[in-house]
Design a binder for this molecule. Structure first.
Ligand code: PDD
Length: 282
């Protein structure tokens, strides 16, 4: 069962118009929210970011965050989802194709769930990343539907047998194709500041909280390709990847080629939050 506006229906009953602006222009915003043991993780943070993304493209949400929260929880329980994700998107709506905002149209909301196990092997062993040029626009802080550069970057990674593409702008690391990237150098964690060049990941913000709880130094400071390649540890974060280590970049081995101690500490405390969340339900 999927959610269309505020109604539940079967997926094959849904009609998306050929002139939906999300379909034609990528004119809309989205979120991916993790479900652990039937419970949404960091839902409020995701919904607040959705509201900010919508505002940034001059669109207002068709429902309050409270209404959305309730509907999405209903979507999860209707589908008896245990471990997976909610994908939620809102487009500007349907109108004869013109570039500027059409007058008097309503946003179109769709959401569905998908089962998705935690990437345990990737988190335990890490993987390879490749470096690619960041060819995106200058409002990467907006979680918009326009993901073609991200798609191209990830495809390049997959063709190189890598798990993520790490993007750089003129030699400064920004973020992954669908993740935020962190390095550890002499015990301090560094990641690109949350400005227009990156998406301020919900998992990224959670890692700041976790590092604080662990007493690990963490700084929002941009770093270069060279600093990445000579880092002691590299990891990337996202709703689906959680905290995943990178042990090779292009053909350069990072640290001793294994997930590092800071990465492992963060993974362990993350795990505790996931376990506590599962208890919450009972
Ligand atoms: N992507 N940066 C980019 C470009 C992303 O697409 C994502 C997430 C992140 C991490 O954000 P968060 O921690 O809030 O998931 C950073 C989602 C998962 C996706 O498009 O599938």
């Amino acid at each position: 069962m999927i959610l269309y506006q505020d109604r539940f229906m079967e997926r094959d009953e849904l009609h998306i118009d050929v002139e939906d602006r999300g379909y034609q222009f990528g004119d809309g915003v989205y979120e991916v929210i993790r479900i652990y043991n039937g419970v949404p993780f960091l839902m409020t943070e995701h919904l607040e970011r959705l509201e900010r993304s919508a505002k940034a493209i001059k669109m207002s949400l068709p429902y309050s965050l409270h209404e959305l929260d309730l509907k999405l929880k209903e979507l999860v329980s209707n589908n008896q989802l245990i471990d997976g994700i909610i994908y939620l998107q809102i487009t500007r709506g349907v109108a004869p194709r013109i570039h500027q905002f059409p007058q008097g149209i309503e946003p179109v909301l769709t959401a569905y769930v998908r089962e998705l196990p935690r990437p345990l092997a990737q988190m335990a062993n890490g993987g390879k990343a490749i470096l690619v040029e960041d060819i995106r626009w200058l409002r990467c802080d907006i979680k918009s539907l326009n993901l073609l550069p991200n798609v191209l970057a990830k495809q390049e990674a997959v063709e190189a047998k890598a798990i993520e593409a790490i993007q750089h702008r003129n030699g400064t690391i920004t973020e992954g194709s669908a993740s935020n990237v962190f390095i550890v150098k002499k015990g301090t964690i560094y990641t690109h500041p949350a400005n227009h060049y990156i998406l301020n990941g919900i998992t990224r913000q959670f890692v700041f909280q976790l590092a604080g709880e662990l007493g690990l130094p963490i700084a929002e400071k941009a770093y270069t390709k060279e600093e990445l390649l000579t880092a002691d540890e590299i990891f990337f974060t996202s709703t689906t990847a959680e905290v995943s280590p990178i042990v090779t970049v292009d053909d350069q081995i990072i640290g001793n080629g294994k997930p590092g101690p800071v990465t492992i500490q963060l993974q362990k405390i993350y795990d505790r939050y996931v376990a506590d969340l599962s208890l919450e339900k009972h």
